[in-house]
Design a protein around this ligand. Structure first.
Ligand code: MLT
Length: 326
């Protein structure tokens, strides 16, 4: 590419006007930002930082993470939906992308049409955890405490539509008892309050709870997956522990703003697939109770189909609960 063409391409790119093969050949020519729609230190942040490191190795560019928490992840999602579609601002978000279209009826962005899918990343088990001195050591004992104490118990979540919120909905429905919900900008900060004993219970992903459980800093009552989790082999599933139907697995996907040039989407998808094969990422995911999805699920097309199906799955569940965010 001649120097003039390159300069013109970069100038157009800076105006968000570039596209086509010439622009794609230059991509990435600067740092990429992955927006995480929850506070730092939580499970989404953990997944994003591992993906950022590994995709950066494939792209040959720095990929940074910026936390934009609030409103169950919709503030961060809005930031990306409204960003320049040039491949330099991405979103790493989870199952909240499937629930927000039903839960939030007045969003300042299109929760489905505002994004291009880059690919599915991982599916993370959840754990029901309690503060260290919670008066129960099994799920059955905890159900009895919840039934007895009800809204005298503090249950933490990361806002309406967050995985911790959905898990809490299913738990309180299964136990037919409401607790007092305390919202945070992410389950990273919420974990600090659980460790301090000011929060009694929380559903959170193994990427945030495994190390605290293994350190004995919090109690674990069940995993919310159909099968036991390899990194927590002694923890029963919710079904084994007497609460069948209390099951949530939190998938995470990578997105770009609608209108991102197809060549850029494909380059980002290639980087994501390389990241999911990266031994350092695979090892760290395993230590935290999860694993990259298979390569054929980490494509833009496969993730869009999966995402649409999950929107359709959660819509009647949310409508039946009749609890909306706005
Ligand atoms: C987080 O990263 O803070 C969690 O994913 C929030 C949630 O969805 O519970």
């Amino acid at each position: 590419m001649t120097r003039i063409t390159r300069r013109a391409t970069l100038a157009l790119a800076s105006l968000g006007l570039a596209s086509g093969p010439a622009f794609a050949q230059q991509f990435p020519s600067r740092t990429i930002t992955i927006i995480v729609p929850f506070a730092a230190g939580g499970p989404t942040d953990t997944v994003a930082r591992l993906v950022a490191e590994a995709t950066g190795r494939d792209l040959g560019r720095t990929v940074v993470v910026e936390n934009v928490g609030g409103a169950g992840g919709t503030l961060g999602a809005a930031r990306v939906a409204q960003a320049r579609p040039d491949g330099y601002t991405l979103l790493l978000h989870h199952i909240g992308m499937a629930t927000a279209p039903t839960l939030y009826r007045r969003l300042p962005y299109d929760p489905v049409g505002g994004f291009e899918t880059i690919g599915l990343v991982t599916e993370v088990p959840m754990t029901l955890v309690a503060k260290k001195d919670f008066p129960a050591n099994t799920l059955a004992e905890a159900v009895a405490v919840i039934k007895r104490e009800g809204d005298r118990l503090n249950y933490a979540n990361a806002g309406i539509g967050a995985a911790s919120h959905l898990c809490g909905l299913l738990l309180q429905k299964a136990v037919d008892t409401s607790m007092t919900t305390v919202p945070f900008r992410g389950t990273g900060p919420a974990m600090q309050e659980l460790l301090s004993g000011r929060i009694d219970l929380m559903c959170d992903q193994t990427t945030n709870t495994t190390e605290q459980i293994n350190a004995g800093a919090i109690k674990v009552l069940a995993v919310t997956t159909p099968e036991r989790v390899g990194s927590l082999p002694n923890v029963p599933t919710s079904a084994e522990a007497g609460l069948p139907g209390f099951e949530v697995t939190v998938w995470h996907g990578l997105y770009a703003p609608k209108g991102t040039p197809p060549e850029i989407q494909q380059r980002l998808s290639k980087a994501l697939q390389a990241a999911l094969r990266d031994p350092r990422l695979v090892q760290r995911f395993a230590e935290l109770g999860t694993a990259p999805v298979a390569q054929d699920r980490a494509t833009p097309e496969a993730h869009r189909r999966f995402w649409q199906a999950d929107i359709a799955k959660w819509r009647p569940i949310i409508q039946a609960a009749g609890q909306y965010a706005d």
